[in-house]
Design a protein around this ligand. Structure first.
Ligand code: HSE
Length: 361
């Protein structure tokens, strides 16, 4: 099978390496790579700088989109699917915004659209969720879905690194987005929990409707105080469905020391979902980084080669997403004076006036 790769950055390089390792076993040939002209020295004749050189190449059956961002990836994915090419992507921004459209375009054109790497890096969560939602009703999804922020919180808490130094290391290791604001403010988590929730609840959800609050207000004193209270701070995404009513949130969350999420460190992610027949399922693995993410892409590629590339999806449910902050239960609030307290059933005004806050599990 001949392949085209869009993007030779952190993820694209991992894909290039893994395809090379498996090319004989699965009869793969990476024919062309789209990137900027400055990659000529590394990529030689494989390099193309016009997306149409891949989209219009009839020999290329499958493309991997590893560009990041929205507009160009959208053009690439739509263009390739409309030409009947299989598309594999790790791009949660574009998948979360166009999931239903891409899957129906793929079905119409008898090709596959797969996106295992868009959530949880190397964790096989998408396929597991899809398979399980056929036999279970899944109403709860909960977990750590962002590697960069988990890495920052771990390094600050366990190794006394500053926020800035921890972020710089996350960037250097290839965990952070090109613009890490998406990681820090929770938008990356929003996109990932949206993809999981849409698949599990079988309905469209807009990223704009998902409540999120970021971790940029965290400092060492806050983390020490949280530790002294017997908790660990984690950046948690959660989604709950009750009929067609859905509450989704991405927010800093204090988990008790000893809670399974408290042991999830560095760039690791952990995702739990609850099914009506098989109860709690939990997944753990590297949520960011070149090779873990590329392995999920390669798993999709092998699924296509083996004829397992079809994803059934229906957006049959009209979901009502609660767009407001839902702050029942306990909240840890750091006031502008730096005093901190745990408060029950706090008002939205108090949260807005706070210097930093976290939900308390
Ligand atoms: N920036 C993302 C993260 C990459 O840190 O989780 C993987 O999606």
């Amino acid at each position: 099978m001949k392949l085209g790769l869009f993007g030779y950055g952190t993820i694209g390089r991992g894909v290039y390496t893994l395809v090379d390792n498996l090319k004989e076993k699965y009869n793969l040939e990476l024919k062309r790579v789209f990137d900027l002209p400055n990659k000529k020295e590394i990529l030689g004749d494989k390099l193309v700088t016009d997306i149409n050189d891949i989209i219009n190449d009839d020999e290329i059956e499958t493309v991997v989109e590893a560009l990041g961002g929205h507009d160009l990836p959208y053009q690439v994915i739509s263009g390739a699917l409309n030409k009947g090419k299989n598309v594999i992507t790790s791009n949660k921004e574009v998948v979360s915004a166009h999931l239903e459209e891409f899957l129906s375009t793929a079905h119409k054109n008898n090709c596959s659209f797969l996106f295992e790497a868009s959530v949880g890096g190397g964790i096989p969560i998408i396929r597991s969720l899809i398979d399980n939602s056929k036999i279970n009703e899944i109403n709860d999804i909960f977990g750590i879905l962002n590697g960069t922020t988990n890495y920052i919180l771990t390094k600050m808490s366990d190794e006394n690194l500053s926020f800035e130094d921890a972020l710089a290391l996350a960037k250097k290791n290839g965990f952070a987005e090109a613009n890490p604001t998406a990681d820090l403010e929770g938008l990356d988590g929003v996109r990932k929990i949206n993809i999981l929730s849409s698949l599990a609840f079988q309905g469209n959800i807009s990223n704009d409707d998902i409540y999120h609050y970021g971790i940029t207000g965290v400092n060492k004193a806050i983390l020490d105080d949280i530790k002294a209270r017997g908790y660990v701070l984690k950046f948690v995404a959660s989604s709950h469905r009750d009929g067609n009513d859905v509450t989704i949130r991405v927010e800093p969350t204090m988990v008790p020391q000893g809670h399974p999420l408290s042991a999830v460190k560095n760039e690791f992610n952990s995702i739990m979902f609850t099914g009506s027949t098989n109860d709690d399922l939990s997944f753990y693995g590297k949520g960011a980084g070149s090779i873990p993410t590329a392995s999920a892409i390669i798993a999709d590629l092998v699924a296509i080669v083996e004829g397992r590339g079809y994803i059934e999806y229906s957006n049959k449910n009209k979901l009502n997403v609660n767009t407001k902050k839902v702050n029942t239960g306990n909240y840890y609030i750091v006031h502008q004076t730096n005093d901190a307290e745990i408060v029950s059933d706090v008002s939205n005004e108090s949260l807005e006036a706070a210097k930093f806050y976290a939900r308390v599990l």
